[in-house]
Design a protein around this ligand. Structure first.
Ligand code: ADP
Ligand code: MG
Ligand code: MG
Length: 254
C-alpha cells in the first residue's frame, strides 16, 4: 500500500526571480488502487508538478511537502524515489545515445528490485518480448539507442514499455496521449489498464478527455495557474469537454 501526498506545494523553476512561482499551493492525495487524472490548459504547471514529484533538481520547492506513506521525500534523489516505486513517463522523453533501450530498462528494473533480487537475463528477455508484442512494438526497438530517432508515437509507447517492465507502485503519465493515433492510443491505454490493481496507483496528465474514455479515472482534477481548482469524478472530464477551461475559470472567479 502506497500513499503519495502533496501538501500546499509551492514550486519555482530555478532560473525564476524570487517571486515567480509556477505551483502555488497544490494539494493532492493518491492511494494504491486509484487512478487520478489532471487536466488543464498548457503552461499551467502540470509537468512542473510531475517533475517535482519525481525529484528533478531544476524545480525548487519553496514550501509545502511531498510524502510517501507519511515520510517526506523532498530531499530524496530521483534514484531513491524510483527505488521506492515512483515512475514518471515524461512528456518529452530525452534521447540517450550509447545506451540501448534494453540496457536502460534492465538497469531500471534491477534498480527497482534491489541488489539481492536482480532479474535473471532469460526472464528479463522473455518479459521484454512479451511486452513489446503487447504494445505492438517491433522487436528491434529494444536494441536501438534509447529514444534516438524514435517517432513521437514510438517514444510514448516506449514510456509504457518501461512502465510495464519496471512495475512501479505509482506512475505519473505526462501527456502519454499526445501525438498518438487512435490505434496507438488504444494500445497504450490497454497497457496502462493492464497495470491496474490494488497495488498500483497512477496520475494521468492530459489536455484531452479522449484518453479518459479508455483509461477511466477514479478522480479528475482540473489545474489552472498552478493550483488544483476543482476535483470530481470522471463526469468532470466530460463536462470540461463542453465548457472548456476558460469558462470554468470564470465560474471559479465569479
Ligand atoms: P504544463 O505542463 O501544464 O503545460 P509546465 O509545467 O510545463 O506546464 O509549465 C508551467 C510554466 O512553467 C510555464 O510558464 C513554463 O514556461 C514554465 N516552466 C516550466 N519548466 C520550466 C523550465 N525548466 N524552465 C523555465 N520555465 C519553465
Ligand atoms: Mg504543456
Ligand atoms: Mg506539460
Amino acid at each position: 500500500m502506497t500513499t503519495l501526498a502533496v501538501r500546499d506545494l509551492h514550486v519555482a523553476v530555478h532560473s525564476d526571480d524570487e517571486h515567480k512561482e509556477i505551483l502555488r499551493g497544490v494539494n493532492l492525495t493518491i492511494r494504491s488502487g486509484e487512478v487520478h487524472a489532471i487536466m488543464g490548459p498548457n503552461g499551467t504547471g502540470k509537468s512542473t508538478l510531475s517533475e517535482t514529484i519525481m525529484g528533478n533538481p531544476n524545480y525548487e520547492v519553496r514550501s509545502g511537502d511531498i510524502t510517501l506513506d507519511g515520510t517526506s521525500i523532498l530531499d530524496w534523489s530521483v534514484d531513491q524515489r524510483a527505488r521506492a516505486g515512483l515512475f514518471l513517463a515524461m512528456q518529452y522523453p530525452p534521447a540517450i545515445a550509447g545506451i540501448t533501450n534494453a540496457e536502460f530498462i534492465r538497469a531500471a528494473v534491477n534498480s527497482r528490485r534491489g541488489d539481492d533480487d536482480q532479474v535473471p537475463v532469460v526472464q528479463f528477455l522473455q518479459d521484454l518480448d512479451a511486452n513489446l508484442a503487447k504494445l505492438k512494438m517491433p522487436e528491434d526497438m529494444a536494441d536501438r539507442y534509447l529514444n534516438a530517432g524514435f517517432s513521437g508515437g514510438e517514444k510514448k509507447k516506449n514510456e509504457i514499455l518501461q512502465l510495464l517492465m519496471i512495475k512501479p507502485a505509482l506512475a505519473i503519465l505526462d501527456e502519454i496521449d499526445s501525438g498518438l493515433d487512435i490505434d496507438a492510443l488504444r494500445i497504450v491505454a490497454a497497457g496502462v489498464n493492464s497495470m491496474r490493481s490494488a497495488n498500483f496507483a497512477s496520475l494521468i496528465i492530459t489536455h484531452y478527455q479522449r484518453l479518459l474514455n479508455y483509461i477511466v479515472p477514479d478522480v479528475v482534477h482540473v489545474m489552472k495557474d498552478g493550483r488544483i481548482i476543482e476535483s470530481g469524478g470522471p463526469e468532470l472530464a466530460k463536462s470540461l469537454e463542453h465548457t472548456g477551461y476558460e469558462q470554468l475559470s470564470e465560474a471559479d472567479n465569479g
